[in-house]
Write a protein that binds this ligand. Structure first.
Ligand code: FES
Length: 267
């Protein structure tokens, strides 16, 4: 057997039936990867533009989640945790975005989504991929996907910070307590979905219930594992909703900061 033949994998593998058609599926299997490609691609472009802008991320009392915590040379009122990277010459978002970005990029669900939509590897079940070789996630750079569990710990910290931002959003522009605007509501909804996304993570499920020989001897961890498992069933849904909600909150604050719109105050 030649080396080339040995390396062929998937439906073109040496042990598979030789079927020339790329797929025998007749449904619209391409629709899901196409929608993922368009929506996820649009988000990546939007987030990249906003992250590099370095302005219009704070409209008192609202701070964009792309810039939270604001640790660089941020505008007045935006840095509730100090400015340890004040000398950082670029946008403050670039200091912290590696953590939520790394968390999402290494997410088990997003991996499946963008492997299918962007790398066509494979584009759908029972549809041959265009690549002739497959090494999975065993080599650089994809072996770095194993960092996901560590990004999860960072994501917990970020979720706590975003929750703190929501508390601060119950103030008015003069920082007086007891107020609520549309920005508060949007940030509150966003942080709920951020928590649902973070706590439904497969790494969270393993952290609370993994490496146990007997659930019966760990009733608290078993209970937590049961809850996380329930959330985990909807992980893909939380992944998409939190993606939209974080972009929507940023857009709202961007428009407020530019003076294009005014905040709707409920009380
Ligand atoms: Fe999706 Fe961990 S598996 S965030």
């Amino acid at each position: 057997m030649s080396v080339a033949t040995e390396e062929r994998t998937g439906v073109r593998g040496a042990t598979r039936a030789e079927i020339e058609a790329r797929t025998l599926r007749e449904d619209r299997w391409w629709l899901s990867p196409l929608v993922t490609f368009v929506v996820f691609g649009a988000f990546v472009i939007y987030a990249t533009v906003r992250a590099f802008m370095g302005r219009d991320y704070y409209a008192s009392p609202y701070l964009s989640p792309f810039y939270s915590p604001c640790l660089g040379d941020c505008v007045e009122g935006a840095s509730d945790f100090g400015q340890p990277f004040k000398a950082w010459p670029l946008s403050a978002a670039l200091i912290i975005l590696i953590f939520p970005l790394g968390f999402r990029m290494t997410c088990y669900y997003y991996r499946k989504a963008y492997y299918r939509a962007f790398w066509l590897s494979p584009p759908a079940c029972a549809v041959a991929e265009p690549h002739s070789a497959y090494s999975g996630e065993t080599r650089f750079p994809l072996i770095l996907q194993n960092l996901h569990r560590w990004f999860w710990y960072a994501a917990l910290v970020i979720a706590c910070v975003l929750t703190f931002d929501v508390v601060l959003a119950f103030r008015n522009a003069e920082h007086e307590w007891g107020h609520m605007g549309l920005g508060t509501v949007l940030m509150l909804v966003n942080v709920v979905y951020i928590w649902l996304y973070t706590l439904s993570c497969h790494s969270c499920r393993h952290a609370v219930g993994g490496r146990l020989r007997h659930f019966s001897k760990h009733p608290v961890r078993y209970r937590l594992w049961t809850w996380v498992s329930g959330l985990n069933a909807n992980h893909a849904r939380y992944a998409w909703i939190s993606l939209f909600s974080v972009a929507l909150v940023d857009l709202y604050i961007w428009l407020l900061a530019m003076g294009v719109i005014e905040d709707v105050r409920f009380f």
